[in-house]
Design a protein around this ligand. Structure first.
Ligand code: SAM
Length: 285
């Protein structure tokens, strides 16, 4: 729905709010075999990609999401070498993962090749690592891919998916997490985008913790971060481990990281491990 021709607006009916961006032009729109993808040029946030009318990313603020989906987990695993990204077709998470020298292979498994093709055109800065010899881009269903993958072959699974509806629904369910657990090596980790702490704490986030634990994961941990273009402007990622590890993250390595980030740093990582009180209450009752 748009307020008028110069605005893109995404209403969130269930909470009676909407997020809008003033647009200069609609650059592209198509119905892929899986979803409706649109690209806009906005007045103040650079380019905008939407899928089925939902904001996926903008040029201006995607660094928040992509850095927090990758670096906290990568600096929490003792030695992440083989990384798999489920979804993530815009390639921003892949680019962040490949900043880590320990990573020897990063496989991105998105169901929809069109998301990646359009990102290469409209968000080329996110696709700069697609040609890295360690990168592999596959276009198949992540649920099926995980089912078919050999056991103990991956160190870190990053689930960078759309909301838990349609073909992304299975990525939030016990059978998928059981497959993830089987595919992870000893000491392996998973991190999943887990929606808004404010809007989805009682529902999606709480359920995700329960679902991950039911599948056999331990030490589930939600890290909130700002994301202006998503519902409520506040988002989260939820991490879990195959086996408990202490210390919770490689703080010295994070402090001495050899690559640039715009949001992530060791102090922020440490701070994000402290849950807001209301969320702590939700997750401990
Ligand atoms: N940052 C975004 C958000 O939180 O809304 C996610 C961005 S990323 C573009 C989401 C990707 O997940 C899409 O490209 C979509 O094709 C992919 N996806 C959804 N369900 C999937 C599945 N079952 N297997 C693989 N990819 C999937």
């Amino acid at each position: 729905m748009s307020l008028d021709n110069s605005w893109f607006s995404e209403p969130f009916e269930s909470c009676g709010t909407a997020f809008s961006l003033k647009i200069k032009a609609k650059l592209h729109e198509e119905q892929s075999p899986y979803q409706k993808i649109a690209i806009y040029d906005t007045e103040t946030f650079g380019k905008l990609m939407t899928i089925d009318g939902c904001v996926m990313l903008t040029t201006r603020d995607n660094f928040l999401y992509h850095e927090m989906m990758s670096h906290p987990a990568l600096f929490s695993h003792p030695n992440p070498q083989n990384v798999v990204i489920i979804g993530g077709g815009d390639c921003g998470t892949l680019r962040e993962v490949l900043k880590h020298q320990s990573v020897t292979s990063a496989t991105q498994v998105d169901i929809d090749e069109r998301v990646t093709k359009l990102s290469e055109i409209h968000f080329p800065e996110l696709c700069t690592s697609n040609g890295d010899p360690r990168a592999k881009l596959l276009f198949v269903d992540g649920v099926q891919w995980m089912k078919d993958s050999p056991e103990e072959s991956v160190d870190l699974i990053i689930v960078d998916s759309t909301d838990p509806v349609g073909f992304a629904e299975g990525l939030f369910q016990v059978p998928f997490f059981k497959d993830c657990l089987r595919v992870l090596k000893d000491g392996g980790m998973i991190v999943q985008q887990s929606e808004s702490p404010l809007l989805h704490g009682e529902t999606i986030i709480k359920n995700l913790h329960l679902t991950m634990k039911e599948a056999g994961f331990v030490d589930t941990q939600t890290i909130p971060f700002p994301q202006p273009v998503y519902p409520s402007g506040w988002w989260s990622a939820t991490m879990a481990r195959k086996t408990t590890a202490i210390p919770p993250f490689r703080e010295t390595d994070a402090r001495e990281k050899t690559f640039e980030t715009l949001y992530y740093n060791a102090d922020l990582h440490k701070g994000s491990l402290a849950l807001p009180t209301f969320l702590k209450n939700i997750l401990t009752t």
